[in-house]
Design a binder for this molecule. Structure first.
Ligand SMILES: [Zn+2]
Length: 378
């Protein structure tokens, strides 16, 4: 019976007005790219929603608790056999969770757009504060102390606002390359309190939003944005000593690199070497991180950026550029290092410890982003 209803789904109907787009507050709106250029998607509705052609304004009703296969072809988007002109918007008329994509529930409005490559872009429109409810449990554990969650809320709000740009098709992506967002999963009362009690607060330096980077664990000193990515450094992102994350399980790590894999890595950068004679840190930054390594080989000597090696060998295993020891061992090199992540901005493990020690979120933010003002985004 359910199957039969799902086939009936689409029929023209008045639906809500174009202005009723689920906005539940007056916070800035943000557009999050949930997926880019996917061949098709399985859409499951958590309640009755509307699919609206943006150009014609024509609306169609989708039934509650039904599954739909959505595909793009040229300028058309097909929903359960019905062709609609791209782009279409899935409208949520109130603040309830509305649409299930993959395993995640989304409560904002979803825009589906056919791409020139024949795929679908999926973009969620929602208020910045609602978006933060979804970011916090993905970027920091919901059971961490409240003051740490509040510090994360301010950092994430600032980071997201910095990317709001109407000239682009969307503002921010939902993965680790920016900040992780998986819809409304895992939201609890502490997450809501952390967002609500810091509502509208952002970090600014000399009147401008900072790019409020954060990472899992700094290993004792945060990195400068300049040494991490070559960006112009401002005082809040210059790097600070951090005595607060020493008890973290991410504080120290070890990683084995085989000579064979290293040889492939340096050959990929143009070396004709057949054997590595030594691996040493070539240059360090002010925080003690290795900017580059020097490899001496049977043919030449080669300098390779640590960030390139991390990317190649995986940022999960090669946890940071904060290398404290390189030991030649049988078949390769053992690296010992500290911290996890790029090291710029707030150290989340340190923030957790500061919160356990009774520090407020403002104290935490002032420690990791020195000289940044915590003010309202208006
Ligand atoms: Zn730290």
């Amino acid at each position: 019976m359910k199957r039969f209803l799902a086939i009936l789904i689409l029929f023209a109907c008045p639906g809500p007005s174009a202005g009723a787009d689920g906005a539940s507050d007056d916070a800035p709106r943000i557009r999050v790219a949930i997926s880019r250029n996917v061949p098709s998607l399985k859409l499951r509705t958590a309640s009755q929603i509307y699919a609206q052609e943006v150009k014609s304004g024509q609306k169609y009703m989708l039934l509650e608790n039904a599954s739909y296969e959505v595909k793009a072809s040229g300028k058309w988007i097909t929903v359960a056999g019905q062709e609609l002109i791209s782009p279409i918007k899935l409208l949520a008329s109130d603040g309830q969770e509305r649409i299930r994509l993959g395993g995640n529930l989304y409560k904002g409005d979803i825009l589906l757009r056919a791409t020139p490559e024949g795929g679908l872009d999926i973009i969620e429109y929602l208020s910045l504060e609602e978006y933060l409810y979804g970011v916090l449990p993905s970027e920091m554990s919901p059971d961490w102390p409240l003051e740490a969650l509040k510090a994360q809320a301010v950092a994430s709000r600032t980071y997201a606002m910095k990317f709001i740009n109407p000239a682009r098709d969307y503002d921010i992506t939902n993965g680790v390359e920016m900040q992780v967002y998986n819809g409304t999963n895992k939201i609890n009362s502490r997450i809501m309190e952390a967002v609500n009690s810091t509502r509208g607060e952002v970090l600014k330096y000399k009147g401008k939003l900072i790019t409020a980077f954060f990472h899992a664990c700094c290993g004792g000193h945060t990195a400068s944005v300049k040494s991490a990515w070559g960006e112009d450094v401002i005082k809040p992102l210059y790097g600070v000593p951090d005595p607060f994350c020493t008890t973290s399980r991410h504080y120290r790590w070890e990683f084995f690199l085989s000579s064979a894999d290293l040889l492939k890595a340096i050959q990929a950068q143009g070396s004709t070497a057949l054997r590595i004679k030594s691996m040493k840190i070539h240059q360090k930054d002010r925080s003690g991180r290795a900017v580059s390594f020097r490899f001496t080989t049977d043919k030449d000597s080669m300098v390779i950026k640590t960030t390139d090696l991390r990317k190649r060998f995986g940022t999960f295993e090669f946890r940071s550029t904060f290398i404290t020891r390189i030991s030649p061992v049988k078949g390769g090199y053992e690296l010992a290092g500290r911290g996890w992540g790029h090291g710029v901005g707030m150290c989340q493990e340190g923030a957790k410890f500061m919160a356990y020690k009774g520090r407020t979120y403002k104290k935490i933010l002032r420690h990791y982003y020195p000289s940044a003002a915590i003010i309202d985004y208006e």
